[in-house]
Design a protein around this ligand. Structure first.
Ligand code: DQA
Length: 142
């Protein structure tokens, strides 16, 4: 059974409360339950991880080496700023899919560029919770 690490970055723990017109009314617990049931249906073993701290996310990616078969990451705001997260992903070189609830290509200009996309083999945007399922399917099929 493939082991996938699912990382959610800053402020995603506030789903439901946070700008519901953009991110939806369902809370983070609902997202986690959705990811768990999607993984189970695909026969994947998932670990769910969320942090609001860049360095903690870097540490988690480093620790994934030799333990996980792939990473599904929504780096949230760090998508657009973090060379450190990009470098960590490149260092461990695990198959990686990037997911965003919203379509970052149609929002503010500062969201249009993703450092993580420079490494991720797949990027899924604007599909809400379903994007996580699509990312897991991609990692399962590899
Ligand atoms: C996000 C998009 C980012 O621009 C934003 O900073 C987030 C969430 C998304 O899932 O749509 O926190 O990654």
């Amino acid at each position: 059974m493939k082991k996938i690490l699912v990382i959610n970055g800053p402020n995603l723990n506030l789903l439901g409360l946070r700008e519901p017109a953009l991110y939806g009314a369902q809370n983070f617990e609902a997202l986690q339950a959705f990811i768990r049931s999607s993984a189970e249906a695909l026969g994947l073993d998932v670990e769910l991880f969320q942090s609001n701290h860049e360095g903690v996310i870097v540490d988690k990616i480093q620790a994934a080496y030799g333990v996980f078969d792939g990473i599904l990451i929504n780096p949230a705001a760090y998508t657009h700023t973090s060379v450190a997260i990009l470098d960590a992903l490149k260092a461990v070189a695990l198959p990686t899919a990037e997911v965003h609830l919203t379509d970052i290509s149609t929002r503010e200009d500062f969201r249009k560029f993703s450092f993580v996309s420079l490494y991720a083999q797949k990027t899924i945007c604007g599909k809400g919770f379903d994007g996580y399922k699509e990312g897991l399917e991609y990692l399962e099929e590899l």
